[in-house]
Write a protein that binds this ligand. Structure first.
Ligand SMILES: [Zn+2]
Ligand SMILES: [Zn+2]
Length: 161
């Protein structure tokens, strides 16, 4: 027997047959959140996400600490070893390297946490690496590096969200 259609508690103008897979509360497509265990209401989706998406103060400190140290080191490597790769399509490799390196770094620092804070830490590290590069080369030349920065941040976002 299909579930009966009732108004969504959050959006009374919408009728829905969808139920939260945990608490059975009616949810409409607008307020349902897809989780590995089915569609859930907002509160219950938070329960599913909590272990990986909840960061304590020590995780946050370690994520940003690792990103700052990593950014400084990567910036030096970029300026002195990888500079020739900054230009043209080779920037893709620098970008991929930055995205991978900072995803791994934040993974190690937080024990594989995910979410906006880890993305912010990785992005900060990548921007910082470019900032260090800026200390050693002409700003006009360093601008080319922003392509790699963009690719790196996009990849970190894709891996850590
Ligand atoms: Zn629920
Ligand atoms: Zn709704």
């Amino acid at each position: 027997m299909p579930p009966t259609e009732v108004p969504c508690p959050r959006h009374p103008e919408t009728v829905t047959a969808l139920r939260c897979s945990r608490c059975e509360a009616p949810i409409c497509p607008r307020c349902s959140i897809q989780t590995p265990v089915g569609a859930r209401c907002r509160e219950c989706a938070r329960v599913v996400r909590s272990p990986v998406y909840t960061l304590g103060a020590s995780h946050i400190a370690r994520a940003f600490g690792a990103a700052i140290v990593g950014g400084a080191v990567m910036g030096l490597v970029w300026a002195f070893v990888l500079l020739p790769f900054t230009f043209g399509f080779l920037a893709i490799f620098i970008g991929a390297g930055l995205g991978w390196a900072f995803t791994r770094l934040v993974d190690l620092a937080t024990g594989r946490k995910r979410g906006p804070i880890t993305i912010a830490a990785a992005s900060l590290g990548i921007v910082l690496a470019w900032g260090v590069l800026l200390l050693f080369i002409e700003p006009r030349v360093a601008l080319y590096g922003l392509v790699a920065v963009g690719i790196g941040i996009y990849l970190a976002y894709a891996n850590l969200r």
